[in-house]
Design a protein around this ligand. Structure first.
Ligand code: FES
Ligand SMILES: [Fe+2]
Length: 362
């Protein structure tokens, strides 16, 4: 059965979903925290924008635009001095807010500033917000938001598909059976947490269970938990488990050139007390990591060659369309410049309004 024409036409009007020139304003991972020690400075390119990133004496990480406002030297070649960054070329110095605080050949620095970006650390990763002021937090599983947890890194890979396309894998119900052999009959209920986050929660699990499910069935009473929380259209956290154990698997992606993705996976579980709790978590994280590797292998090949085009959505694809519609309502930025991406219609409307304003001001 085909879904209704309203859904279909809204899919056809996508401006941001799977667009290799666009991403959503939000938090994106940069590199593992341990790769940037106190006094280190590095050149990084994130979502097409060239940046310099450093860790000052106070351990705080600062991210700024790459090129020095004097003559354009890459600040990633510079040196960290206390909590400030000194350009390699003529030693102009910038503080953590990007303000020029020293020009060696002048008595007073000039009133100039390099652009800095909100930067934070979580899950052993450095994250940046691709706008002025963060509107929402770094992605987290709703259940772990105010809890302590243990985590481990899963695989880090480059995929040949857009992050938005990779994301929908976690709610693509049909492929659970066909690719992953998890005989299942999942029914999702969606809930938008805010403009940048949406969850899909399984409300059903029928009797046709896979071997793995049958093995753990005696240990729990309720339906198996399967919940997906998406942030900024590029990070997905899958919460899976039984009533006594929840494992959270995060896939956080960044759009690379030509619609490819840089993906980092992470596995998290709630912290447990004592040495036995620690050992238990260590074992579960190791086990989950093995599963994650196995699952990624199952799909990776498809993402190398597919050309996404949801031409014939059926009822089983409904959650995917809800994800796309949620994504289209978020704030889109252009890859490379990080400027607001506007639809042509909006631009025409705005210029008409400006023209009208100009007339009425006369
Ligand atoms: S280019 Fe940076 S100080 Fe001259
Ligand atoms: Fe999959």
């Amino acid at each position: 059965m085909n879904v209704n024409s309203q859904n279909l036409s809204s899919i056809r009007k996508n401006k941001t979903f799977n667009n290799p020139e666009r991403f959503i304003e939000g938090w994106y991972w940069v590199l593992p925290s341990q790769n940037l020690r106190v006094g280190d400075v590095k050149a990084v390119t994130i979502l097409g924008r060239e940046l310099a990133i450093y860790r000052g004496k106070d351990k705080r990480v600062v991210t700024c635009d790459a090129y020095c406002p004097h003559m354009g030297a890459h600040l990633g070649e510079g040196n960290v001095k206390g909590n400030e960054l000194r350009c390699f070329f003529h030693h102009w110095k910038f503080d953590a807010e990007g303000i020029c605080v020293d020009i060696p050949c002048l008595d007073e620095p000039l009133p100039i500033k390099i652009r800095t970006w909100p930067t934070a650390e979580k899950y052993g990763l450095i994250w940046i917000w691709t706008g002025d002021i963060p509107k929402h937090p770094i992605p987290s599983a709703p259940e772990l938001e105010y809890k302590e947890f243990d985590f481990t890194f899963g695989p880090r890979i480059v995929m040949n598909s857009h992050p938005h396309v990779v994301m929908i894998n976690a709610i693509d119900i049909q492929h659970f059976n066909t690719v992953h052999k998890l005989a299942s009959d999942i029914v999702f209920e969606k809930q938008e947490l805010h403009q940048n986050a949406i969850t899909f929660v399984n409300t059903k699990y029928d009797g046709r269970e896979a071997f793995f499910i049958k093995v753990i069935r005696p240990f729990y009473k309720n339906a198996i938990t399967y919940r997906v929380c998406y942030w900024y259209g590029s990070t997905g956290i899958v919460t899976i488990g039984t009533d006594f154990l929840h494992v959270h698997i995060m896939f956080t992606l960044r759009l690379l050139e030509a619609g490819k993705s840089a993906a980092q996976s992470l596995i998290m579980i709630k912290k447990r007390q004592g040495i036995f709790g620690w050992l238990y978590n260590l074992f579960v994280l190791w086990l989950a990591k093995t599963f994650v590797k196995h699952f990624i292998q199952g799909d990776t090949k498809v993402f190398q060659t597919m050309q996404f085009n949801l031409k014939t959505p059926i009822k089983a694809d409904q959650s995917i369309m809800q994800f796309i519609n949620h994504l289209e309502r978020q704030k889109p930025l252009n890859w490379g410049t990080w400027n607001l991406a506007r639809s042509q219609n909006l631009e025409i409307k705005e210029s008409r309004e400006k023209w009208r304003d100009a007339l009425s001001n006369d």
